[in-house]
Write a protein that binds this ligand. Structure first.
Ligand SMILES: NC(=O)c1ccc[n+]([C@@H]2O[C@H](COP(=O)([O-])OP(=O)(O)OC[C@H]3O[C@@H](n4cnc5c(N)ncnc54)[C@H](O)[C@@H]3O)[C@@H](O)[C@H]2O)c1
Ligand SMILES: CC(C)[C@H](C(=O)O)[C@@H](O)C(=O)O
Ligand SMILES: [Mg+2]
Length: 357
């Protein structure tokens, strides 16, 4: 089997971490019946610098032609003063929207070896395994109208929160299908006490739940969900929520697993295409120092093999290699405690590759 992967390293630590994930993908498929063809492309600030746009037409064509996309991260302070449509983040939103990647899966899993790195007490997070299903192509991120305008002699910024029934239903189905493979619990997170979009969200989730009688559906307001995630996170199995809430809750959940450098993601459409990226950003504060944690990107590469290529066997191998490396006490700075051996980004990649054998 031959498959192509478009690699979009992006900005900041993006190139450092994707390099390690590509090495792992090459090593795990070496000698297997899966032949990977890697194509490099530009996105974000790197694309703006080279081509004047954060999501060039060429990248769009390459993304549509690829069997899967592996992305690092976009953004950086050097781009903050660009016109908004040219900013790196718009490149990321552009590719998500162009590929119709409405379903963002962000698994927050605690590797037991990292219990001491979690922000919560070991007994509160032991065995933690939550799947956050974040709607990714709707909500306030994409709603129109938006902009900054002048009203009564002063400027005002405005955005529109928007969801239609079909958008809510399809992400709901993704969450319920995932729950069927897991512990059969969906918690739908909204702000139905204030927002009409959430009122509709809740109604549609209840409707979708009727097709999954074995799955227990609960509802929680997002402010309470943020609190419950740090109070007793193991009450959750699958959490499904809209774009902005999912962005925030997934960063929060990442710290329960030890570091945002541990949280992978898969963004899927309804045509079987997927984009895989760590949940974190370009980390400008540590970029170029060779100290970033590449594991979220390596684990995203495992998700790529599982979801886009149906190779759960190879994904399992990568995840087992990550676990083995953590058993050895190897840690990048973000997850390092005094008992551990601190390693660089590349050394972590080396160790995962070595552990694949
Ligand atoms: N998917 C993406 O491409 C994405 C996601 C989030 C933020 N961003 C962009 O990234 C830039 C920086 O944003 P930010 O600082 O708010 O968030 P960030 O996630 O880049 O960094 C937040 C903190 O986490 C640390 N961190 C992140 N990833 C790490 C890793 N792999 N290993 C070790 N430490 C890591 C950083 O050093 C920083 O202290 C902004 O331009 C933002 O828009 C991009
Ligand atoms: C960079 C930004 C547009 C992006 C988002 O908000 O979706 C990021 O925070 C993420 O979580 O992937
Ligand atoms: Mg985010």
């Amino acid at each position: 089997m031959q498959k192509s992967i478009l690699v979009l390293p992006g900005d900041g630590i993006g190139p450092e971490i994707t390099e390690q994930a590509v090495r792992v993908l090459k090593a795990v498929t070496d000698g297997s019946d899966l032949a990977l063809n890697f194509v490099d492309g530009l996105i974000g600030g790197a694309a703006y610098d080279a081509a004047g746009h954060p999501f060039p037409e060429e990248t769009k064509k390459a993304a549509m032609a690829a069997d899967a996309v592996l992305l690092g991260a976009v953004g950086g302070p050097q781009y903050d003063n660009l016109d908004r449509p040219l900013r790196p983040e718009r490149g990321l939103l552009g590719i998500r929207s162009a590929m119709g990647l409405f379903a963002n899966l962000r698994p927050a899993i605690l590797y037991p070896q990292l219990a001491d790195s979690s922000s919560l007490k070991p007994e509160v997070v032991a065995g933690l395994d939550i799947l956050i299903v974040r709607e990714l192509t709707g909500g306030v991120y994409f709603g129109q109208p938006r902009g900054i305008r002048e009203v009564d002699g002063q400027r005002e910024g405005f955005n529109t929160m928007h969801y239609n029934e079909a958008e809510i239903e399809r992400i709901g189905r993704v969450a319920f299908e995932a729950a069927m493979q897991r512990n059969k619990k969906v918690c739908s997170v909204d702000k139905a006490n204030v927002l009409e979009t959430s009122e509709l969200w809740r109604e549609i989730m209840i409707r979708v739940a009727k097709d999954y009688p074995q799955v227990e559906l609960t509802h929680m307001y997002v402010d309470n969900a943020a609190m419950q995630l740090v109070r007793w996170p193991k009450q959750f199995d699958v959490m499904v929520t809209e774009n902005l809430f999912g962005d925030i809750l997934s960063d929060q959940a990442s710290m329960l697993t030890g570091s945002i450098g541990m949280l992978p993601s898969a963004s899927l459409n309804d045509k079987g295409q997927g984009l895989y990226e760590p949940s974190h950003g370009s980390a400008p504060d540590i970029a170029g120092q060779g100290i970033a944690n590449p594991l979220a990107t390596i684990l995203s590469a495992a998700m790529l093999l599982r979801y886009s290529f149906g190779r759960g066997d190879l994904a399992d191998k990568i995840e087992a290699a990550v676990s083995h490396v953590l058993d050895q006490g190897l840690r990048t700075a973000d997850i390092c405690t005094p008992q551990d051996r601190k390693v660089s980004t590349t050394q972590m990649g080396d160790a995962v590759v070595a552990a694949l054998d």
